[in-house]
Design a binder for this molecule. Structure first.
Ligand code: IMP
Ligand code: MG
Length: 176
């Protein structure tokens, strides 16, 4: 069996949507400086592409969370593995995530960021799987809503692979 990636969202579709989202963000932030918080590693591509379309001064920060699941604990416990490195008090923050699945990761990150007292806090996610949601969290900007399928590419991985693909696809197993 070999893994094959079937395209779900093309590079062109992503580019078009990134531009639309960037315009909406600029409208809401009203020309003020935006501190982009990239949630590692999945949102690297999206953060970079989105930042290039923002007609506003920007700064970058990075945060990484990991989720620990095991057979005995069903409610995934999310911990901040790498925190942002600067003081964001009074800044206008945009958290950028790759995908919202159960919502646990984003909820943990957003609650953590809120304790640092930003002036404004908005949430942006490239992909959303609303059917999978377990905790209540809503993004202000969503690229695409998708069904309950496992996707890779454009930052998203399967066992750390496929992050470099310029499109979003579904992993399929096929005979050699
Ligand atoms: P949540 O905490 O359940 O919302 O999961 C969010 C995290 O799980 C994302 O930031 C991704 O890293 C990962 N994830 C969820 N669904 C997918 C997928 O379809 N492909 C790749 N990673 C995923
Ligand atoms: Mg992620």
């Amino acid at each position: 069996m070999i893994e094959k990636i079937e395209s779900l969202i093309t590079e062109e579709q992503i580019n078009k949507r990134v531009l639309e989202i960037a315009k909406n963000i600029c409208k809401d932030f009203k020309g003020k400086e935006i501190l982009l918080i990239c949630v590692l590693k999945g949102s690297i591509m999206f953060t970079v592409d989105l930042s290039k379309r923002l007609d506003a001064p920007t700064e970058f920060e990075f945060i990484e969370a990991s989720s620990y699941n095991n057979n005995t604990i069903s409610n995934g416990n999310v911990v901040i593995k790498r925190d942002i490195a600067t003081n964001i008090e009074g800044k206008n923050v945009l958290v950028i995530e790759d995908i919202i699945d159960t919502g646990r990761t984003l909820k943990k990150i957003v609650e953590h960021i809120k304790t640092k007292n930003p002036a404004m806090l908005k949430i942006c996610a490239l992909l959303d799987k609303p059917d999978r949601r377990i905790v209540d969290i809503k993004a202000d900007y969503i690229g695409f809503e998708i069904e309950d399928v496992f996707v890779v590419g454009y930052g998203l991985d399967h066992a750390q692979k496929y992050r470099n693909l310029p499109f979003v696809g579904i992993v399929k197993m096929e005979d050699n």
